[in-house]
Design a protein around this ligand. Structure first.
Ligand SMILES: Nc1ncnc2c1ncn2[C@@H]1O[C@H](COP(=O)(O)OP(=O)(O)O)[C@@H](O)[C@H]1O
Ligand SMILES: [Mg+2]
Length: 329
């Protein structure tokens, strides 16, 4: 059984101007100890997807579909189980470390609070565990950092503290939502490599969300590509890069810096803008921007279905290779 299994997830928000179809048709699973990358441009429904799993959506959200953690229905957790579920079984790291840190509390207090609540640790046991965690996320001089305030640390060090907080109760699954987007380019790679190393060392599953396919290329086992709130393509990372089927995934690949590209290579941003999510999905959301668009793409919604050559490689596209013609519609 997969550690996390998401099936037919859809999230609709009620707003003053009508429903917003933020997420639909989302399917994926994560095995124990494995890393899944969720990739897509801003607005593609990545955060809403994981926030639904973390019980972090506002009451205007209606969630359908299912999500199970180790067989447990995440959308209907008993309150006794819920109390020690978030932050213990599943923890999350957000884009901006300051959203997770309290500016007026010392690092040590913030690190030990959750542990003491969930595990009933003594003050001294919690402190030694906190120092161990600070070492684990490679914060030098942990004893000094323990008594400092967040503003005394750099952005990268703050995100390391947030990661340490997330690891405090040994979660089996860590969800990191664009964990480096708010940081200096120079520290982004360090943080991503830290997460990758921790996942391996702690045998923890990781869901890594990014708008940059390059970030997940060497750090994940599987990839889900999202657009307009829907999964466009999913496969193992090796398969996705060896055989990129969906025109959106292809466009994403062309829009990212690739290590093998000569310096100064021009990237192709994807022309056009994301779909209006106030319209119920009835056609391919990528059709207006797609180079392979055909008549059918504009009036019918492609289902996520396996590739004939690889049943583990799913994509939602009528015309992946631009070879559709009048007769085949
Ligand atoms: N609270 C909300 N109310 C209404 N619509 C929302 C809300 N939160 C998110 N959305 C919609 O969901 C879309 C996807 O958001 P999000 O998951 O944050 O995208 P991503 O993380 O991929 O950038 C947003 O563009 C917005 O239209
Ligand atoms: Mg987001």
């Amino acid at each position: 059984m997969a550690l996390l299994e998401v099936k037919d997830l859809a999230v609709t928000f009620a707003t003053a101007s009508g429903p917003v179809y933020a997420v639909s048709n989302v399917n994926f699973s994560v095995e124990r100890g494995e890393a899944l990358g969720i990739v897509g441009e801003s607005g593609s429904g990545k955060s809403v997807t994981v926030k639904s799993l973390m019980n972090l959506l506002p009451s205007t959200a209606t969630i359908t579909g299912s999500a199970t953690y180790d067989g447990l229905d995440m959308f209907n957790l008993a309150s006794s189980r819920r109390k020690h579920f978030y932050g213990v079984d599943v923890a999350m790291v957000f884009q901006n470390p300051m959203t997770s840190l309290n500016p007026v509390k010392r690092i040590g207090v913030q690190l030990t609070e959750g542990m003491r609540y969930h595990r009933n640790l003594s003050k001294s046991a919690a402190k030694s565990r906190a120092l161990e965690l600070l070492d684990m996320v490679r914060i030098p001089d942990s004893a000094k950092r323990f008594s400092q305030y967040p503003h005394e640390l750099s952005g990268g060090m703050r995100q390391r503290v947030v990661i340490a907080m997330a690891l405090a109760n040994d979660p089996a699954l860590l969800i990191a939502d664009e964990p480096t987007t708010a940081l200096d380019v120079t520290v982004q790679r360090d943080i991503l490599d830290l997460l990758d190393g921790l996942r391996r060392d702690l045998d923890m599953a990781l869901v890594l969300i990014t708008h940059d396919l390059g970030v997940v290329r060497d750090r994940t086992d599987d990839i889900v590509v999202m657009y307009g709130g829907r999964v466009m393509e999913s496969a193992s990372t090796a398969e996705l890069f060896a055989n990129t089927i969906h025109p959106y995934s292809r466009a994403l690949r062309r829009s990212i810096p690739d290590m093998s590209m000569p310096r100064g290579t021009r990237l192709d941003p994807i022309p056009g803008s994301p779909p209006d999510l106030a319209i119920a999905p009835a056609a391919c959301p990528f059709a207006p921007r797609c180079v392979n668009v055909d008549a059918i793409c504009k009036f019918s919604l492609p289902e996520l279905a396996p590739d004939t050559a690889n049943s583990e490689h799913l994509f939602a596209c009528f015309n992946p290779h631009g070879e559709l013609n009048e007769e085949s519609i």
